[in-house]
Design a protein around this ligand. Structure first.
Ligand SMILES: *[C@@H]1O[C@H](CO)[C@@H](O)[C@H](O)[C@H]1NC(C)=O
Length: 244
């Protein structure tokens, strides 16, 4: 039984039980019942409207909930990105610092290295002589131009620790040897007396602490003679190990 019919029967029950019912006219009764039916229809229509609105509201709330969830997810994502960005910023500024340090240290460390031998053509027997500085003419390398091939003198371009080595070669008629000199002060040397063997070679190496402007060269001992040709027997090399 549908609800409309149920209501009608109930109303009918009330009417029949009502005192004085029999005194009403039939026309009155049917009009009254029509009015009641209309009222019921209206009420039922209203109820449907309310139900529809309720379900609309529920759907709206579900969409709102979904939107809130999505916003929260996006906020989490944003927080994560912010943190990642901060980490990157931190690492970036650390890297910048490292780059600056590297730039600075590469500026502070000029590139200095040279390697030379006595002649760049023919051959030479040098010494004994009064101007004993060996002027090496054949340039294998001279990065930084700290070695001067006109004077034979190396001038330190910066404070630092420098590596030097030299070799002397000559025949047995003379002393064969030379001295590595720093600012007119002897440091290390080679030396070989005249002897029965045909020729002699000697070499030596030093790591010297130099200040910018310090001068280093190789010079013959008194009465010493060295030989060289394009085979590069008599040589002088040096480079900056690191700045100090
Ligand atoms: C919307 O979220 C609230 C709070 O979490 C919850 O109580 C409600 O049932 C949700 N509504 C719907 C339609 O999912």
């Amino acid at each position: 039984m549908d609800s409309k019919a149920l209501v009608l029967f109930t109303l009918l029950g009330f009417l029949l039980a009502e005192p004085g019912f029999g005194q009403r006219g039939d026309t009155d009764l049917s009009e009254w019942m029509k009015a009641q039916e209309k009222l019921i229809n209206t009420l039922q229509g209203n109820q449907k409207d309310v139900e529809r609105q309720q379900s609309d509201l529920l759907a709206l709330e579900a969409r709102l909930n979904a939107t809130v969830d999505e916003l929260e997810r996006q906020k989490d994502e944003m927080d994560k990105l912010k943190k990642e960005n901060q980490d990157l910023q931190t690492r970036l500024s650390a890297s910048d610092g490292e780059i600056d340090k590297l730039k600075h240290s590469s500026k502070a460390a000029p590139r200095v290295a040279f390697s030379v031998s006595l002649v760049n053509s023919g051959e030479i027997y040098q010494g004994p002589c009064t101007d004993k500085t060996l002027i090496f003419k054949r340039i294998f390398s001279n990065v930084g131009n700290a070695y001067n091939h006109n004077t034979g003198i190396f001038t330190a371009p910066a404070n630092g620790l420098y590596f030097f080595s030299f070799n002397t070669y000559g025949y047995n008629t003379h002393i064969v040897g030379a001295i590595l000199v720093k600012n007119a002060v002897r440091q290390i040397s080679t030396y070989d007396y005249p002897s029965t063997d045909g020729s002699d070679s000697g070499s030596n190496t030093a790591v010297l602490q130099l200040a910018a402007g310090d001068k280093v060269h190789v010079e013959l001992w008194d009465n010493s003679r060295v030989f060289d040709n394009m085979n590069g027997h008599t040589t002088f090399s040096g480079f900056l190990l690191f700045p100090l």
